[in-house]
Design a protein around this ligand. Structure first.
Ligand SMILES: Cc1cc2nc3c(=O)[nH]c(=O)nc-3n(C[C@H](O)[C@H](O)[C@H](O)COP(=O)(O)OP(=O)(O)OC[C@H]3O[C@@H](n4cnc5c(N)ncnc54)[C@H](O)[C@@H]3O)c2cc1C
Length: 364
């Protein structure tokens, strides 16, 4: 969509290949931003207040000037596809991609039905076994895995202006574990059971945790499950190749999931905007990593190190940060937008004897 919005690129011939038709509500994206973004027309719900909860701490926090926004996958796909299909130079194929590579000055895509060549291939497929690739680089890999239910309750149970951004008061027996409660109406909310661990849980464990939380923490007994979503997002300090010849890796395959939180939506938007800007200004899509990008990758690797070696439980780390810092500063930090002074202030609120050795190990 960003390419098509750019007048000097909007007439380029583009072929979009995806094995799925992208017409299902297979995910819900939440992210925070200060200004209206490109997808403002399809924001499904927004919150100005966060509730943060842990075993011995709870607080309700204003996030202004930020808003936490929700976009439903279904709306996103419809919005982007209806715009893109109005261009006669954009073509669509529903095929499974087998591999992508560079040959001469072309990027090549091989599918089960054919071979396609282009000046550039923007690839969002994670090929191969990521955990083997991570091991080969001697890096860490945690999985952010989750299951969410959209529930409708018989009576009004939620404050639709407040999102529970992390409730760590749930059992931490498997590792860093929390719930999101994202109400879109007084009687409707997405509740998501989320873990940062190395192993997935048995399927039924996610349902059991959701059931128990809704009954025992939210005290809701009469509800209907309207929708479900599940996901696994890699949280890793693995160096994803940004580009390989004419193949430009984007999205999670381009390393755009933040290693310490799994948030990817805004990072992907910023990266694709930077790629389009580079195409316009420099006539190529290769975007170099900035010093700030490297700084935040180092911070993320430090937290992964602490969690991987179990030097401090994740719930304690996040609780300490939320208890002792301004929420807006935390959001800027988690969004890779904070300055060094803010970073240092936030870092001073986690135990130095744990984080400093981890940070020093990771910088080498
Ligand atoms: C349920 C869920 C909820 C999420 N919620 C949030 C959130 O709230 N906030 C946030 O910041 N991030 C969130 N994420 C993480 C991240 O933003 C999404 O995963 C995002 O969709 C990643 O974009 P992507 O382009 O890398 O991959 P995708 O959006 O998954 O796109 C990859 C595409 O490649 C296609 N594909 C895959 N393999 C092949 C193949 N071999 N041949 C052809 N096509 C193929 C797929 O069909 C898919 O359309 C969530 C992820 C999930 C799964």
């Amino acid at each position: 969509m960003r390419i098509l919005l750019e007048p000097s690129l909007s007439k380029k011939k583009i072929l979009v290949i995806d094995q799925a038709e992208k017409n299902k509500n297979d995910r819900t994206w939440c992210f925070w931003e200060e200004e209206p973004g490109l997808f403002e027309p399809i924001v499904h719900h927004r919150w100005n207040t966060f509730h943060f909860k842990a075993t011995h701490h709870a607080d309700t926090l204003s996030i202004r000037p930020y808003q936490y926004k929700m976009i439903r996958g279904e709306d996103f796909y419809r919005h982007v596809l209806s715009y893109a299909t109005s261009f006669p130079n954009v073509y669509f194929l529903n095929e499974r991609v087998l591999k992508v590579y560079t040959e001469g000055d072309k990027g090549i895509v091989e599918t089960q039905n054919g071979i396609y060549a282009a000046a550039y291939v923007f690839n969002s497929i994670l090929f191969g076994d990521l955990s083997a690739q991570v091991r080969a680089q001697k890096k860490y890999l945690l999985l952010q895995h989750f299951k969410g239910w959209v529930i409708e309750t018989a009576t009004n149970c939620f404050d639709a202006d407040t999102a529970t951004f992390m409730d760590f008061s749930v059992s931490q027996q498997y590792g860093t574990t929390f719930m999101y409660v994202l109400p879109v109406a007084p009687n409707k909310a997405l509740i998501e059971y989320t873990l940062f661990t190395e192993q997935l849980l048995p399927k039924e464990a996610y349902d059991q945790a959701l059931q128990a939380y809704i009954a025992n923490q939210l005290n809701i007994n009469d509800y209907t499950i309207l929708e479900e979503e599940t996901g696994i997002i890699p949280m890793t300090n693995f160096s994803f190749p940004g580009h390989e010849g004419k193949i430009i890796n984007i999205g999670i395959a381009g390393g755009q999931a933040k290693a310490s939180s799994g948030f990817a939506f805004q990072q992907i938007q910023r990266k694709t905007a930077a790629i389009v800007q580079s195409l316009v200004q420099r006539h190529h899509p290769i975007v170099k990593e900035t010093l700030a990008d490297k700084k935040f990758r180092w911070y993320d690797a430090t937290l992964l190190h602490v969690l991987h070696y179990q030097k401090m439980p994740g719930d304690k780390v996040f609780t300490s940060i939320f208890q002792k810092n301004d929420t807006v500063a935390i959001l800027r930090f988690l969004d890779n937008r904070s300055d060094l002074l803010t970073d240092l202030k936030i870092m001073s609120t986690v135990p130095m004897h744990i984080f400093l050795p981890a940070a020093l190990k990771e910088i080498w």
